[in-house]
Design a protein around this ligand. Structure first.
Ligand code: BGC
Length: 762
């Protein structure tokens, strides 16, 4: 950032630069040659409103390519693909003269109920971080900025503008902030958007710890922090905390508050200078964007949206090779979503697509008359609903179509009204009418494929009863074609789940602590988010995190792992496509540490790779686990610490399908805690300086305690148990005990010397 580009501006001008001119633009200062720039949603396409404006996707926007939302494209686990899509969004933004696209959203899917899960990548921070960084790199490669959102711990929509997410330090750092840290460090987003909520009682829009200490001082962020639209509670406190830009406009009201605060000496002018400088810096960055002349190549971007959608689909089940279909098979397509697709969620990310492909048309384009169609149920607001046909009639027609076909392909999904920004879902069930329809179809045709359209995870009570399930999420505008590509096998599915599909909502870790009450939501499950919980509790799941099938098969060879010079773990393993089709495998690396001093999940994802292999091809895959990703947050020293020890590295096809295991010894970071009179004997004995001395001094005492005839020893089963108990005894409490011939002062001296790193003499 330039030193102080705001130095020539008046106080009023500086204040004016730090809030919007209207819904989407910043204020210009013509006199100083500072133009206005536009920021718009985001994340999976451009939502530039030309006429009426709002932040909830109500008024329409210029046509843009609707790429798969994060729930879809995240399932590709492929940063390269996400970067290409990001670049395409960057091009569309550049054509529309948009300086910053408001995304990606990388909040953790803490509960399947969060209404906005379709906009987020995963229940895991490494997945969210790696994919979020790819998205940022892609958009910014076009000279267009991004806004990493929503910072932080915004994991529900219920009461999102007030609720306090009460999170302990370890889960906060290791789960909820880790992805943000990665994107900031790896991809340098131009802006970060603070969330609406409070974090541990403090508004994120005015939290100096979050916006300055963590984001800037620790992570090195040097861009601009923008408020979520309407997230500012106290503008002066916000600017002081590190919030640079309030959006949207406040009508000058809060600018005046800043000016008054500076004049009253309540806010240092230099703080306002910094915020204004960052705003100017953002404008200057956007001015360097190469001019991209339109018009948009609609077809090329639609083709990319189709490729991305194909890569987003997760094949959950395919017993007996029901899929792929062949064009000559007689197929009954059932379910209104086939003709009236759900392809995105509602709210601020709602895109006005350049076109929309329906699966039914795409299937017919492949197989013509071999495809029959019966809507089976009505989609709210759709053509079937308008036709007024009764539920019974629709079901009878669907059953008849299924009974005369070789295969029934049943499109089920969540009604659009259930998935939106602004509120959460109340359950994870598909509509009862759809489940009843499926049952009726299954009675007449066991050869049934279920295709799902949903932005949040749904329970699949029929998982054991249907031979094939295709999770097609919300796939963007080309989703219908992509579904046909996968059903007929022109695309070999390769997506894997970035979130667990639980048997029941009640099994979810946040259950009982979601969405909170009276303005607080307690993250009571702590570190055990998503698969970490299901694994720790040994719970059955319908489909585990990381799971997804292919039309081909993959064999993993034996993995090797070694520590690199930089301290990372280099993992390598042979991977072979053992089937008859070209395909892709998302190979995953999980890590655990037995006997850790800190609570840990049974396994944690640390790295992954999407590997393309032709039929029969074999390759050695190399994956790096970063040393920093091994670290836990140590609350004693308030920093990330890598614990030394023998780590178990698991190479896996899913979190519950481990293919090769290897151990690797990792040297730990030194954590030397200052010793006090309340340090336990265990701590003191472990101390490099004090330990040996204390051991000497305590020798006699321990002998006395553990001697066979002492009264203390008779309380405990054996010497080892006695020593364990003593290890937690604060050292200061021992002075004066029989057998301890050191004085309080001597212990104090020893501790002081140990803390100074010196061995006391004599
Ligand atoms: C959303 C943001 C969005 C902003 C602007 C807010 O309601 O939370 O994600 O970028 O509106 O539309």
């Amino acid at each position: 950032m330039t030193d102080n580009p705001a130095s020539d501006l008046t106080l009023e001008e500086k204040a004016s630069l730090t809030s919007g001119a209207d819904f989407w633009t910043t204020k210009a200062i013509d006199r100083a040659g500072i133009p206005s720039i536009m920021m718009t949603d985001g994340p999976h396409g451009l939502r530039k409103q030309a006429g009426g404006t709002d932040h909830l996707g109500l008024a329409s926007s210029v046509p843009a390519t609707c790429f798969p939302p994060a729930v879809g494209i995240g399932s590709s686990w492929d940063p390269e693909l996400i970067e290409r899509v990001g670049a395409a969004i960057g091009v569309e933004a550049a054509i529309e003269d948009v300086a910053v696209v408001l995304g990606p959203g990388i909040n953790i899917k803490r509960s399947p109920l969060c209404g906005r899960n379709f906009e987020y990548f995963s229940e895991d921070p490494i997945v969210s971080g790696v994919l979020g960084a790819a998205s940022v790199r892609g958009v910014q490669s076009q000279g267009v900025g991004t806004s990493l959102k929503h910072f932080a711990a915004n994991n529900q929509e219920f009461d999102r503008m007030r609720s306090s997410s009460d999170v302990d330090p370890r889960p906060l750092r290791e789960i909820y902030l880790r992805g943000f840290e990665r994107v900031v460090k790896d991809a340098a987003p131009w802006t970060v958007m603070c969330s609406y909520n409070r974090l541990n009682g403090v508004w994120t829009s005015e939290d100096p710890w979050l916006l300055t200490s963590v984001l800037r001082d620790e992570w090195g962020f040097d861009g601009l922090v923008v408020s979520d639209w309407g997230a500012v509670n106290d503008r002066v406190a916000g600017v002081a905390a590190g919030l640079d830009l309030e959006m949207p406009a406040s009508g000058g009201r809060t600018d005046a508050q800043l000016v008054a605060a500076v004049r009253a000496g309540e806010l240092a002018e230099s703080v306002l200078d910094t915020a204004a400088s960052r705003a100017i810096d953002l404008v200057r960055k956007s001015e360097r964007r190469p001019v991209v002349a339109g018009p948009l190549d609609v077809d090329a971007h639609h083709a990319l949206a189709r490729e991305a959608a194909g890569r987003s689909i997760v094949l959950l089940k395919n017993d007996g090779g029901v899929l792929p279909l062949t064009p000559s098979q007689k197929v009954a397509v059932i379910g209104a979503f086939a003709a009236e697709p759900r392809f995105q969620g509602a709210g601020s990310s709602l895109i006005n697509p350049t076109r929309v492909d329906a699966a039914l048309d795409a299937l017919r384009a492949v197989a013509g008359d071999a495809v029959s169609y019966a809507p089976g149920f009505a989609v709210e607001g759709g053509a079937i609903a308008a036709s007024g046909r009764s539920a019974e009639e629709l079901r009878a027609e669907a059953v008849s179509a299924a009974s005369s076909a070789e295969v029934a392909v049943v499109f089920l999904g969540l009604p659009a009204a259930e998935e939106s920004e602004g509120f959460d879902r109340e359950h994870i069930d598909l509509p009862a009418a759809q489940l009843a329809l499926l049952d009726a179809v299954l009675e007449v045709n066991a050869n049934t494929v279920v295709v799902l359209s949903n932005g949040g995870v749904v329970a699949l009570p029929f998982a054991d009863r249907v031979p094939a399930i295709v999770e097609s999420w919300l796939l963007g505008q080309a989703g219908g074609s992509a579904v046909a590509d996968v059903l007929y096998g022109t695309v070999n599915p390769s997506g894997k789940l970035t979130e667990t599909v639980p048997v029941r909502l009640e099994d979810n870790p946040s259950y009982g602590n979601f969405p909170g009450e009276f303005g607080h939501v307690r993250y009571g499950e702590g570190l055990l988010v998503g698969y970490r919980w299901y694994d720790a509790k040994g719970l059955e799941v319908t489909f585990p995190f990381g799971f997804g099938l292919s039309y081909t098969t993959f064999a993993y060879g034996e993995a090797t792992a070694s520590v690199t010079e930089g301290g990372d773990i280099a993992v390598s393993f042979p991977l072979t496509n053992t089937g008859g089709r070209d395909g892709r495998e998302v190979a995953q690396v999980y890590v655990s540490l037995a006997g850790s001093i800190a609570q840990r999940a049974p396994r944690e994802l640390k790295a992954f790779s999407s590997v393309e292999l032709a039929a029969g091809e074999s390759r050695t895959v190399e994956v790096v686990v970063r040393r920093e990703d091994l670290a836990y947050w140590d609350i004693r020293v308030d920093r990330f610490v890598v614990e030394g020890g023998e780590y178990t590295v698991e190479v896996a096809a899913s979190s519950r399908d481990i293919r090769s295991t290897v151990a690797v010894a990792v040297e730990g970071d030194a954590v030397v805690l200052p010793l006090t009179m309340n340090s336990s004997i265990g701590d003191v004995v472990a101390h490099p300086v004090a330990g040996p001395i204390v051991m000497g001094a305590l020798g006699g005492f321990m002998g006395e305690l553990t001697g066979a005839d002492s009264s203390a020893a008779s309380m405990m089963p054996n010497d080892e148990a006695m020593q364990k108990m003593m290890a937690s005894f604060p050292i200061g409490r021992l002075v004066g005990f029989p057998g301890i011939d050191v004085t309080y002062e001597q212990v104090e001296q020893l501790l002081a010397a140990a803390n100074a790193g010196a061995v006391p003499q004599g």
